[in-house]
Design a protein around this ligand. Structure first.
Ligand SMILES: C[S@@+](CC[C@H](N)C(=O)[O-])C[C@H]1O[C@@H](n2cnc3c(N)ncnc32)[C@H](O)[C@@H]1O
Length: 237
């Protein structure tokens, strides 16, 4: 087993989380409630965000033991261990497990690799057959605000449709084109992505795709709905 490692993708996730948390600081209320995170990885992206936003506390979970060990070292090295904590385990088992006030905002660059089964380069990144199983579970977990990376090849129409059915709007998003990294380019995965695209349930070029980090909210005090724009931004090829 190894840690998730993808410099461009993680940097885009971290930068987008930082922009969205800063821009919607008062409405999200994270200085009061903190935020929780599904999937720490090696923690470098969000450790920088925590360092840059002095009022931010993040409670993060990862099921990969090597990732948690690496994350804890990186967080200590960045000097933010008092405000960025990492626990080994399934987010859905752990996030509501203390007596502390529950966070209203969850952030995640979730496992979203689509494949017929979990037997892929890093099994912890498997997102189910269409890649969006954990994204759908996160949207159903009851948070007011969900900052979520949405990839173009993992059935985003179903992800966004489910979000809308659950009462979420897309307040804003940051989209970036990415080349396939080692996990998407694994031949078994790349073939499966092609099938999803051919089925009309996603978009990807031969070796590139789009990821948007979007703020979904059910909070009436945060106006706007850019869900249509997000869907257009994810359509390439
Ligand atoms: C795409 S990586 C993102 C890592 C990091 N946030 C980043 O962007 O660099 C997704 C991470 O989620 C973790 N993960 C998968 N399923 C999980 C679950 N149920 N609960 C918590 N973490 C999970 C994986 O081990 C992996 O480290």
């Amino acid at each position: 087993m190894s840690c998730f490692s993808s410099a461009d993708e993680s940097a885009h996730y971290g930068f987008s989380v930082c922009m969205l948390l800063q821009h919607y600081r008062e409405q999200l209320g994270w200085e009061r409630d903190g935020v929780v995170e599904l999937g720490t990885g090696d923690a470098t992206a969000i450790a920088d965000v925590v360092a840059g936003l002095p009022g931010l506390r993040v409670r993060s979970f990862d099921i990969s033991a090597p990732s948690v060990a690496q994350a804890q070292a990186n967080i200590a090295g960045r000097g933010v261990a008092d405000r960025y904590t990492v626990e080994l385990g399934d987010f859905f088992d752990g996030a509501d497990s203390t007596g502390a006030p529950a966070a209203r905002t969850v952030i995640s660059n979730p496992p979203y690799i689509p494949a017929p089964d979990r037997d892929i380069l890093m099994p912890e990144l498997w997102g189910g057959i269409y890649g969006n199983d954990l994204s759908l579970a996160l949207l159903k977990a009851g948070y007011d605000n969900v900052v979520l990376a949405v990839p173009s090849y993992s059935d985003p129409v179903t992800t966004l449709g489910t979000a809308a059915d659950l009462g979420y709007r897309v307040v804003n998003f940051l989209a970036m084109g990415l080349d396939f990294g080692p996990y998407s380019a694994e031949p078994k995965v790349a073939r499966h992505i092609r099938r999803i695209v051919d089925e009309g349930r996603g978009w990807a070029g031969d070796d590139e795709y789009m990821v948007a980090v979007a703020l979904f909210t059910r909070d009436d005090t945060i106006p706007g709905d850019r869900m249509g724009q997000l869907l257009k931004a994810l359509q390439l090829g």
